[in-house]
Design a protein. Structure first.
Length: 228
């Protein structure tokens, strides 16, 4: 099966490594060429392995059997999606409740006790399409934005391997639920990362934990003092 992977950082690197180690036919990758610390950089890994970095038009011409999107940062067009026999997205949060960005931050702020990675069919709109798989896990009382990010990454890998092996066995993917409703969170950071002193002590404590992701900036009070 010809596979195209659309991905960028840690989860993308782990996904590609798994696909290569299990002898899959990776015909190319969609990724970005700008690096952001402290995340792994898929672009370098792809270059090291000699895998082609593709454009959208190249994907359309290849007509892959499978198009996998794993935390990919850009909207995939209908033509790209429809060029693949199977097109799936792996989202590092519970859908449909947490569509969009910064799910690790919002999950902690909302005081969730459980989260999940979600697999769903790709559509042109972000984080929509019928849901075909979950990998659920508990959120610890002392969870930080950083620890939850890497927990998302770990469980996305588990979900990806399970779904991919199911496809390889020729087993159909069954819709678990429609991906309807929920809330979309955009790229804007909650309150721009600034602590509001009028918040409850419990919310402030969660806010500080949610923004704890060294070496990235932590939450700040109104005087600019940073919490890490």
């Amino acid at each position: 099966m010809k596979i195209v992977l659309a991905a960028n950082n840690d989860a993308g690197c782990e996904t590609l490594e798994y696909l290569l180690n299990t002898k899959n036919d990776i015909v190319g990758v969609l990724t970005k060429d700008t690096k952001k610390e402290p995340f792994k950089f898929l672009y370098d890994y792809v270059k090291e392995k000699g895998i082609p970095i593709l454009t959208y038009s190249q994907v359309e011409n290849i007509k892959p059997d499978i198009l996998y999107s794993v935390y990919y940062h850009k909207r995939l067009t209908t033509n790209v999606i429809n060029s693949a026999r199977i097109a799936l997205n792996f989202h590092g949060a519970l859908l449909p409740d947490y569509k969009g960005c910064n799910s690790n931050i919002w999950t902690i702020l909302n005081n969730e006790k459980e989260s999940a990675c979600t697999a769903h069919y790709l559509t042109e709109n972000f984080d929509e399409g019928d849901i075909v798989g979950y990998e659920r896990y508990k959120i610890d009382d002392d969870e930080t934005g950083k620890s939850l990010y890497y927990k998302h990454t770990e469980h996305t890998g588990k979900l990806f391997r399970r779904i991919h092996e199911q496809i390889k066995r020729g087993e159909p993917l069954k819709m678990i639920t429609k991906n309807a409703g929920g809330k979309y969170y955009n790229k804007t950071l909650p309150n721009n990362g600034i602590i509001d002193p009028s918040w409850s002590p419990q919310y402030i404590e969660r806010f500080i934990r949610a923004f704890t992701f060294s070496p990235l900036p932590g939450a700040k009070d109104i005087n600019g003092v940073e919490y890490k």
